[in-house]
Design a protein around this ligand. Structure first.
Ligand code: PRP
Length: 179
């Protein structure tokens, strides 16, 4: 698995530090409130698990699964709900958690969809942001790292369902996806 990594973009240590900072900021911003974190399956799971543990106010969690990329590498623009939330968001302070914002299409759809269910507030948090690939403008409240348009894997991000368990963010060797 590690042999397929061209270089490490964000080390385990940098991830830990930055997620700690994000947790402190979110804790401050939500003082006296409870958060409902909505994780977007499957990539966000690993980031969300660490982020939740760095937040000191009460955090409830729920998940949505949507399809955007399929098994390929380019965004199709088609967003479909594969798994909906288990609980109502009405009156809750929702924090949507993503691993990466690329074209912005997934997030754009999700935010509109969740807003229509009347949460008390809604903000979004992403570990990685690739602004070069943006197709629709989306507002990001908490951004871990802005990265260049490389094919990144690890810490939740996959290529064909592989590499999600790497403990760092790496750049995939082009020969792997050009095979
Ligand atoms: C990724 C990522 C976001 C979306 C971002 O998910 O987790 O949900 O793509 O891309 P966009 O900004 O272009 O919409 P993916 O469809 O790869 O599924 P996964 O999380 O299960 O890997």
């Amino acid at each position: 698995m590690v042999d397929d990594v061209e270089r490490i973009l964000i080390s385990t240590e940098k991830l830990r530090e930055r997620i700690g900072e994000m947790g402190r900021q979110i804790t401050e911003d939500y003082a006296g409130k409870e958060i409902l974190m909505i994780g977007v399956l499957r990539g966000a799971v690993i980031f969300m698990a660490d982020l939740a543990r760095s937040i000191k106010v009460p955090v409830a969690i729920d998940f949505m699964a949507v399809s955007s990329y399929g098994m390929g590498t380019a965004s199709s623009g088609v967003v479909r709900i594969l798994k909906d939330l288990d609980e109502s968001v009405e009156g809750k302070h929702v924090l949507v958690v993503e691993d990466i914002i690329d074209s912005g299409l997934t997030l754009n759809y999700l935010l509109d969809n969740i807003k229509s269910r009347k949460p008390a507030s809604i903000r979004m948090c992403t570990l990685l942001n690739k602004p070069e690939r943006r197709k629709v403008d989306v507002h990001i409240d908490y951004n871990g790292f802005t990265i260049p348009d490389d094919f990144v894997i690890g810490y939740g991000l996959d290529y064909a369902e592989k590499y999600r368990n790497l403990p760092f963010i790496g750049v995939l060797k082009p020969e792997v996806y050009q095979r």
